[in-house]
Write a protein that binds this ligand. Sequence first.
Ligand code: COA
Length: 254
Amino acid sequence: MQSLSLSFHDHTLVIAINRPEKLNALNKVVIEELGTAISDVYNNGEIRSVIITGSGTKAFVAGADISEFGALDAAGGKAMAEKGQKEVFDKIENCPKPVIAAVNGFALGGGCELAMACHFRIASANARFGQPEINLGLIPGYGGTRRLPRLIGKGRAMEMLMTGKMIDAPAALQYGLVNEVTAEDDLMSKALAICAVINTKAPLALAGVVRATNAAFDENKTETEIFGQLFDTADAKEGAAAFLEKRQPVFKGA
Ligand code: COA
């Protein structure tokens, strides 16, 4: 794997997104490789639980890779969102084996969405969560508008989606976005300890928990439609260009 680092701890697979120099941003290769890794989790009888984390000390995942946005139009944006959701995010959510996010820094945009697709989350004290797509003239494309309100309530979710603000680990704990906050150095040992408990449970019953719990929530395709359409706007081009040029965007409503 070019952009993932995989390691085994007893029956737990640890998947670390491994582009620390780009704050583990999700480019096409990462999405492709995550899809492959998660498919293997479904099929590999040795794997009983999974931890997803980010390499380095600064980020879990700082979002989709904005440098790939310039080439996208409405059809391309929609296709990107659909592919990512089908091959990675929904696959994680529906994985018959427990998948835990160990959030070790920035979890922004697609990073927050990746954490939310996992069955539950623990975070280190330096974790920061946010859906800053609005700053790029966009909305989340990997399920953020569905999963964030479910986890923290509609009002808090709307505020985060509309302001693009980041929340810190204590706020994420208070909102119910994460189950627990640990010291930075304790995050992985805590995640592994939770998995060690889970690994003793009946695999078919664990798969049943996932299916039964997820069955309570319907799919909503509206997000994918709007996410795609926004790539045809001048504001979305301006948002990505301003980020890459390290300046403030000027949005015009077109
Ligand atoms: N896509 C592409 N590159 C990204 C990225 C992303 N989502 N997030 C960070 N990077 C890159 C930066 O461009 C920079 O690359 P460079 O060193 O080649 O210039 C590198 O990662 C380090 O990031 P930098 O912005 O210099 O770190 P910082 O500590 O000053 O800021 C963040 C950290 C997370 C606040 C900032 O990187 C950020 O806002 N990232 C984008 C978050 C976002 O909008 N995500 C949603 C995308 S839909």
